[in-house]
Design a protein around this ligand. Structure first.
Ligand SMILES: [Zn+2]
Length: 242
């Protein structure tokens, strides 16, 4: 993180432009640049639309209306989508809606459009890979499903080691469905996840069971970044951006 001098503070969100306007949100009250304010407001509005309207359509299984609603929102706000957050979110949500509707061939096409937009971090890629794997499973292609998830999960970044345990049960599930034990090559990845939480890998009868135990054990535990943040800022939650 770049440090900000007192007269010219940097935008809290992009850490690049000078901060000129205030962003107020139930969880945040920070100075940002005008571009980021625009983008953050688009995110808030989209999330509110889901909470107040789209989830209700989902409860009623009105999938076409859900798709129309998110497409309309993108068309109306594309010019404010400065870092493509909205385009990526809409592409993801279209895939999820079609999958939930059981329209797997369309979900696969939507997934391709989503993947083409790229991934700002490895966890987005892992989630994308897990959705691809679920679609392939729906077609009964269990080995391809495992391969799709393993490809995504092979992209690792030490910055996101704390997210590894959460995804391990997904790896175990796709391995089991493909009729094979979890490949030993993932042990080191799981260990990196355990290390981030400062715990030992639990010893179980199989690597898959160890992974499930690790995921359960680290749930709600502070990651390395959270421990470091608390050490310098005292108690309280971390200062993560949305
Ligand atoms: Zn900014």
């Amino acid at each position: 993180m770049q440090s900000a001098d007192e007269n010219h503070p940097l935008c809290w969100f992009c850490k690049k432009q000078p901060a000129t306007v205030r962003y107020v949100h139930p969880q945040f009250n920070e100075m940002v640049c005008a571009t980021c304010l625009d983008r953050l407001e688009v995110q808030d509005t989209y999330e509110q639309k889901w909470a107040h309207h789209i989830l209700e359509l989902e409860r009623q299984e009105r999938y076409d209306e859900m798709l129309a609603c998110i497409d309309e929102f993108l068309a109306a706000n594309r010019h404010r989508d400065h870092d493509k957050w909205l385009a990526r979110s809409v592409a993801r949500d279209r895939t999820m809606v079609l999958f939930e509707a059981g329209r797997y061939a369309e979900a696969e096409k939507a997934w391709e459009a989503w993947a083409q937009l790229g991934f700002p971090n490895v966890t987005d890629r892992w989630f994308n890979g897990s959705v691809k794997a679920s679609i392939l499973q729906a077609f009964g292609r269990h080995r391809d499903a495992l391969a799709a998830f393993e490809e995504a999960f092979s992209h690792q970044d030490p910055m996101y080691a704390s997210a590894i345990p959460y995804y391990l049960p997904t790896l175990v599930k796709f391995s089991e469905n493909a009729g094979q034990p979890v490949d030993e090559k993932w042990r080191r990845v799981a260990e990196a996840g355990a290390e981030d939480f400062a715990v030992e890998m639990p010893v179980r009868d199989s690597l898959g069971e160890s992974m499930r135990a690790l995921a359960e054990m680290t749930q709600g535990m502070p990651s390395k970044a959270e421990r470091e943040w608390r050490a310098t800022h005292g108690a309280g939650s971390g200062g993560n951006a949305p």
